[in-house]
Design a protein around this ligand. Structure first.
Ligand code: HEM
Ligand SMILES: [Cu+2]
Length: 652
């Protein structure tokens, strides 16, 4: 053992004692409730072992909302600290830890799982499939993401949080300048969740290419599924780079290698390159699916087909490609020279062109439409002007020469929150509200939903608009306090905005609790009068999704079938055509394997290699068992299908 074990429990801070207490109380409460209502078996059979993409999607989203809470508390703590000059509510070390966990959690453990949750819920349904290509792998993806998120969060009370920023720049994040185990938590939990994301990318890439309903050619693929196809491709290119970068830095920290340390003749710039080679595409991985959501929502609630569908598809493909070649704009000031900076400056600005195309297409979709101002539509409408501000300030940052002025200032902080919040967060919320009745069988309350919207969106503008001006005036990023009293007013305003966002978030969550009890039940399966195939399934969706796989002739097939009253299996099922359906079996092994990953990570964080090795052997045993397993799945009988679908059956 070693000296790190002496610092096992984080001591001395009242907030952390409160967190310890909360963790213990919550765990006890969960155990009590499950035991009292005799729900253990149900939990295991229905959820922990499921391979059903719809349930996996729901679990992803629940985890993401919890992480949004954690990341949001971090954000409010930072804003509290920065409200007035010379505040000493948080000390510098604690502030460093908080902006690191805030950034990391928001991007990797909130935005990513939220999007992956939405794609799990919607994509197989939209393309008329019965599940994803690799359902077992999908369960493994979820559980390894989940255990990785737990590993990362544990650093708060055990061992200490990482504190080198979500970018973990070398040499700052190397052991010489950053002793302690916080950075190990960062490296190992990102490694596990990155593996999970890569598996998801491969899974959905194959699913969308190979499992579309007959007749659904690529140019008839719903736009959200297109956005996920492009996203999956970016994941497949980008995530292996992250895995390598993290592995190299893990060698530096755990085994004394010197890939990125100056003292050992390593190359710190290599970290910056590898990190942003992944990190820049990553921001498009979280934005393109949101574009997909907005496209679906805007067309559904304008009662029109998407304007310029093909242009939308090609602009996403182009954005996906450009996202991979612009990473150097993250370090214009690190001395690459004018030729290199010019290339990356221009290629970055080029992204504004396909993005502009998309903005005009959304406006074109609404033009002369019959717009319905539902809550998902409100979030989509708010996205357009806010994202435009984020985009324009992005082009400003892309000018290398000007970037020397606002690099690492609050101007940047304002810019990326404009893009990430109005794009990704609004998109996730819009998608959640849109598919909510499909997921849970009841509507959310529109009135409470509008309260949440009108607190959150103005709160967002009040919080982040002032930061552009603070940044131009010289307030720098990642500082724990400021002494310039000219900045007080704008900082006070920003903190008020942040508080409004926090309240808006709570109202959003309250809406889900309220609606679970009182929300209008939806039996139609198509409450929004939708256009794509997911709305053709009954609610609750049978676990096999489609009793008969539909044949597709057009984009928005379901919409035209409804409009023209055409006979179609999307509306009623000819009983003579029903056949037994083949479905995969549940398995507890992805769950077990993921907790073994957790042990590998946790033990390695504390340099206890023999435990890590044992758990790793456990992982390999699980893989071995899977390869020798004979698991052909099972068949759903025609009788059961008839019973499930009795309202839609047409005797022929
Ligand atoms: C209530 C909403 C939010 C507030 C008030 C907020 C506030 C902040 C603040 C004050 C900082 C630190 C700036 C500094 O000290 O330099 C920060 C950093 C950051 N935030 Fe947020 N944030 C919010 C939501 C989000 C969301 C939704 C995301 C991502 C999806 C996000 C991603 C980040 C990232 C990546 C950083 C950089 C961390 C670093 O510098 O290492 N934030 N945020
Ligand atoms: Cu970038």
């Amino acid at each position: 053992m070693n000296h790190h074990v002496d610092h096992f429990f984080v001591k001395g801070d009242p907030m952390i004692y409160a967190a310890d207490l909360m963790i213990i109380m919550t765990t006890l409460a969960v155990i009590f409730v499950l035991t009292y209502y005799k729900k253990w078996k149900w939990l295991w059979n229905e959820w922990l072992t499921t391979v059903d993409h719809k349930k996996i999607g729901i679990m992803y989203i629940i985890a993401a909302v919890l992480m949004m809470f954690r990341g949001g508390v971090d954000a409010l703590l930072m804003r509290a600290q920065l409200t007035v000059p010379n505040e000493d509510f948080l000390d510098p070390q604690h502030y460093n830890e908080i902006f690191t966990t805030h950034g990391t959690i928001m991007i990797l453990f909130m935005a990513m799982p939220f999007i992956i949750g939405l794609m799990n819920v919607a994509v197989p349904l939209q393309i008329g499939a019965r599940d994803v290509a690799f359902p077992y792998l999908n369960a493994l993806s979820f559980w390894s993401f989940f255990t990785a998120a737990m590993l990362f969060n544990l650093s708060f009370v055990i061992g200490g949080s990482p504190d080198a920023g979500w970018t973990a720049y070398a040499p700052l994040a190397e052991p010489e300048l950053d002793p302690g185990v916080g950075q190990n938590f960062y490296l190992l939990s990102l490694q596990i969740s990155g593996f999970s994301t890569l598996a998801t990318g491969i899974n959905f890439f194959v699913t969308i290419l190979k499992m579309r309903a007959p007749g659904m050619s690529m140019m008839k693929l719903p736009i959200f599924s297109w956005s996920i196809l492009v996203t999956s491709a970016i994941i497949i290119f980008a995530f292996p780079i992250l895995a390598i970068a993290l592995a190299l830095m893990t060698f530096d920290r755990l085994f004394g290698a010197h890939f990125f340390t100056l003292t050992g003749e390593g190359l710190p710039m290599m970290w910056a390159n590898l990190f942003w080679l992944w990190g820049h595409p990553e921001v498009y991985i979280v934005i393109l699916p949101a574009f997909g959501v907005f496209s679906e929502v805007i067309s559904t609630f304008s009662k029109k087909r998407l304007f310029g569908y093909k242009a939308m598809v090609w602009s996403m493909v182009l954005i996906g490609f450009l996202s991979l070649i612009v990473w150097v704009h993250h370090f214009f000031t690190m001395g690459a020279g004018p030729d290199v900076n010019s290339f990356f400056s221009i290629s970055t600005m080029a992204i504004a062109i396909p993005t502009g195309v998309k903005i005009f297409n959304w406006l074109g979709t609404m033009f002369r439409g019959r717009i319905q101002f539902t809550t998902p539509m409100l979030w989509s409408l708010a996205f357009i002007p806010c994202f435009t501000i984020g985009g324009i300030t992005g082009v400003m940052l892309a000018m290398a020469a000007a970037d020397y002025q606002y690099h690492n200032s609050y101007f940047l902080v304002a810019h990326f929150h404009f893009v990430l919040i109005s794009g990704t967060v609004f998109g996730c919320i819009a998608g959640l509200l849109y598919w909510y009745p499909k997921m849970f069988g009841h509507m959310l309350n529109e009135k409470i939903g509008k309260w949440a919207f009108w607190l959150f969106v103005p709160g967002f503008l009040i919080c982040f608009l002032p930061m552009f001006f603070l940044g131009l005036d010289g307030m720098t990023r990642r500082v724990y306090t400021f002494s310039n009293s000219h900045w007080t007013d704008l900082n006070v305003i920003a903190s008020i905005g942040a508080a409004l966002m926090g309240i808006g978030f709570m109202v959003l969550v309250y809406n889900m609790i309220w609606s679970a009890r009182y929300g209008k039940r939806d039996k139609t399966g198509d409450p929004w009068d939708g256009r794509t195939l997911e709305w053709a399934t009954p609610t609750p969706i049978p676990h096999y999704n489609f009793a008969l796989i539909p044949r597709i002739k057009r984009l928005d097939e379901f919409w035209y079938v409804k409009q023209n009253n055409e006979p179609s299996v999307l509306r009623s099922l000819p009983v003579s055509k029903l056949k037994p359906i083949h479905m995969p079996n549940s398995s507890g092994r992805p769950f077990v394997m993921s907790w073994l990953f957790f042990i590998v990570g946790f033990a390695a964080v504390f340099y206890v290699y023999w435990v890590a090795a044992l758990a790793l052997i456990g992982v390999l045993v699980c893989m071995g068992l899977r390869s020798f397993e004979i698991d052909d799945g099972h068949y759903v009988s025609v009788e059961e299908i008839k019973r499930t679908e009795k309202n839609r059956i047409k005797e022929a």
